[in-house]
Design a protein around this ligand. Structure first.
Ligand code: COA
Ligand code: AMP
Length: 630
């Protein structure tokens, strides 16, 4: 039997032994009583009784263990034309001081702290400082609007918010502080303090009595030691799109998370401690949480924090420059980034200008990877390019080619096989396994391995309803796909209203809520239409209220502005059109998937239950007028 099959089988047959062995890679203050605690199934807990500290395992123990002078973070910012290397010792000292700042502001174990920051080293310091004192952080991505931040403030109820004066995009400065002030105005819950990092590019006005200058506070702070927490205590909440405008607060624990992420670095990514690892993502997303921040540091690697874009900062050679200059051994990004590079440098000539001899593998995730992009990347880089599948909920990969266990043959279009710890099934509507090659709902048998979501923040019922109810005994992933005869998984599409724009997860339901709030809109539908760069883009169809006499183009301009203001530029909502009616079944269900197929010029069957088939012709014409439907 192959090494992969042996590891996978042993992880499913003897999960407790498997993960207890992996847990030896982490330093424990108190050893666990139980590896897997099923007392409250289907709510499972890992390593109950164990006590430890995530910041200690990610930073301090490396300083004590001989890595004090090794780079922990390489910050590379073409946006500011600067670079900074931070050793593990420096990171420990900065983190301990910032933990002191938090403690001095009354923040302790279990208190929530929202982190709304751009890609600067201080963001990692803030994250680690929370972990150090047992506070629960919730990072909010900078591309979200004030309204989205407000929703998260109300759900997480943070005692403090850590932010910066601004973020930097290639063509503009994003003033974070006005967004933060607006969000606090909108939210019902008010944080006691806001700690603001002033960046040289823009100085934010501070509100006396509430806002604190990061540097002044650090200058006055005393270092704070690591506070031991239960393995099952929450480490962070990360909000992600659900099917409505209400985001889901995914919770991560301390113990299982440390064990799983530490294990993944060697076994999935095939890197050794001391090597340089680069995830070109943003700390606001799960990829950033797990593979810019936690996993590389837990494993004693050097992590690259890149404040730039794959193209335009300054050119499509930026990724090669960073990989070469910092001797990156393994890199990770979303396929969109490579599509952007390929579009600007189709022959990949810029890659030839750099010494990429240290780069051993490239991992892709966040959206479906089209075989063309995978093959192009593999040809240009001449290294294994690995598509792997995971979600905010799972925190690490469900299916991958595990290079540290055994490099399996790559099949373009597939995310390879279930990672050890994961029992992946493809089910039909009744919950029975389908045959190889047949498409169905992808579900994972419970219990999920360590590091995955123990639940949603203060929403047990929503957790149960969203993930556990449809297929009892399984976690419903929300993705559809199939497994081939060799056990390779193909993730094809979502089964719900979530779309994926440039590797960013968005809810069409949330966008529809914004459109429906327009005074002239009677009905609306949003779907994800195919896009050659970003994978998908949201497209809106609007039915106006009877008697509305405004120019339809003005209503379209209004809703585009509203989505940008309420959800944020990250939604990339730029296309909408007014139609006379939406196609519906006789029971009133809007036929979104039929409209999506029309937009993408795919074959479709007119559903037998459709109320008025002629509406489809009008939809086709309307979509054509905005560049879709052939
Ligand atoms: N703060 C504020 N605004 C942000 C932002 C941030 N952190 N990140 C993106 N935005 C804005 C962009 O400026 C853009 O605004 P615009 O409409 O005014 O131009 C908008 O949000 C859309 O951003 P994006 O979809 O990223 O498009 P882009 O055209 O700026 O860049 C790519 C295109 C392909 C270069 C970019 O999407 C990319 O690097 N993708 C990689 C995917 C990735 O990292 N995914 C994370 C999960 S692994
Ligand atoms: P997020 O929670 O933002 O990471 O988004 C997770 C979703 O992105 C998954 O449920 C999939 O729909 C999609 N996704 C992530 N990785 C892949 C992949 N490798 N192939 C196909 N879809 C993916």
């Amino acid at each position: 039997m192959s090494a992969y099959k042996i590891a996978h089988r042993s992880s499913l047959e003897h999960p407790q032994d498997f993960w207890a062995q992996a847990a030896a890679g982490i330093d424990w203050d108190t050893k666990w009583d139980r590896v897997l605690d099923a007392t409250h199934a289907p709510f499972y807990r890992w390593f109950t009784g164990g006590r430890l500290n995530t910041c200690y395992n990610a930073i301090d123990r490396h300083v004590e263990g001989g890595r004090a002078d090794q780079a922990a973070i390489i910050y590379d910012s073409p946006m500011t034309d600067s670079q900074r290397t931070i050793s593990y010792r420096e990171l420990r000292d900065e983190t301990a001081l910032f933990a002191g700042v938090l403690a001095a502001n009354g923040i302790g174990k279990g208190d929530r702290v929202i982190i709304y920051m751009p890609m600067v080293p201080e963001a990692i310091v803030a994250i680690m400082a929370c972990a150090r004192i047992g506070a629960v952080h919730s990072v909010v991505f900078g591309g979200f609007a004030a309204n989205e931040l407000a929703t998260r403030i109300d759900d997480a109820q943070p005692k403090a918010i850590v932010s910066a004066s601004c973020g930097l995009e290639p063509t503009r400065i994003i003033s974070y502080k006005p967004l933060l002030d607006q969000a606090i105005k909108l939210s019902a819950h008010k944080p006691e303090s806001c700690i603001i990092l002033q960046r040289p590019e823009e100085n934010a006005e501070l509100i006396a009595g509430r806002d604190i200058d990061w540097r002044d506070a650090v200058a006055a702070a005393r270092p704070h030691d690591c506070v031991m927490v239960d393995a099952t205590d929450p480490l962070y909440i990360l909000y992600t799109s659900g099917t409505t405008g209400e985001p889901k607060g995914i919770v991560r624990d301390n113990g299982g998370h440390e064990v799983a992420l530490h294990w993944s670095m060697r076994n999935i990514y095939g890197v050794d401690p001391g090597e340089v690892y680069w995830a070109a993502s943003d700390i606001g997303w799960i990829v950033g949480h797990s593979y810019i921040v936690y996993a590389p540091l837990l494993h004693g690697n050097t992590t690259v924090l890149f404040e730039g874009k794959p193209v335009g900062t300054p050119d499509a050679g930026a990724f090669w420059r960073v990989a070469a200059e910092h001797r990156v051994a393994c890199m990770f990004t979303a396929p969109t980034a490579f599509r952007a590079i390929k579009r600007e440098d189709p022959e990949g000539l810029l890659a030839g200008e750099y010494d990429l001899s240290h780069l051993r593998s490239l991992f892709l995730a966040g959206e479906r990877c089209d075989p063309d992009t995978l093959q192009w990347s593999a040809q240009k880089l001449k290294i294994p390019v690995i598509d792997h599948w995971w979600q905010t909920e799972t925190g690490w990969a469900i299916a991958s080619n595990c290079l540290g266990i055994e490099a399996l043959p790559v099949k373009a279009g597939s995310v390879a096989c279930a990672v050890p710890g994961w029992d992946v099934h493809v089910l039909d509507a009744d919950g029975s396994d389908v045959s190889p090659g047949q498409v169905g709902a992808i579900a994972c048998k419970l219990p999920l391995p360590p590091g995955t979501l123990p639940g949603l923040w203060q929403a047990d019922d929503r957790y149960r309803k969203s993930y556990l109810e449809k297929f009892p005994g399984f976690y419903e992933s929300g993705d559809a796909g199939y497994i081939d005869e060799d056990g390779y998984l193909y993730v094809m599409s979502r089964t719900d209203d979530i779309i994926n724009v440039a590797g960013h997860r968005l809810s069409t339901g949330a966008i529809e809520e914004v459109l429906a709030a327009h005074a002239d809109v009677a009905e609306c539908a949003v779907m994800g239409a195919a896009d050659s760069l970003k994978g998908q883009l949201p497209v809106g169809l609007l039915v106006l209220k009877a008697g509305v006499e405004r120019n339809p183009e003005d209503v379209v301009a209004d809703v585009i502005r509203m989505v940008r203001e309420r959800i944020g530029p990250v939604a990339v909502f730029k296309k909408a059109v007014v139609v006379a009616g939406l196609p519906k079944t006789r029971s009133g269900k809007i036929l979104r998937s039929t409209m999506r197929k029309i937009a993408d010029s795919e074959e479709y069957r007119v559903p037998a239950t459709i109320e008025d088939p002629l509406v489809l012709d009008e939809i086709r014409e309307a979509l054509r007028s905005i560049g879709y439907a052939g």
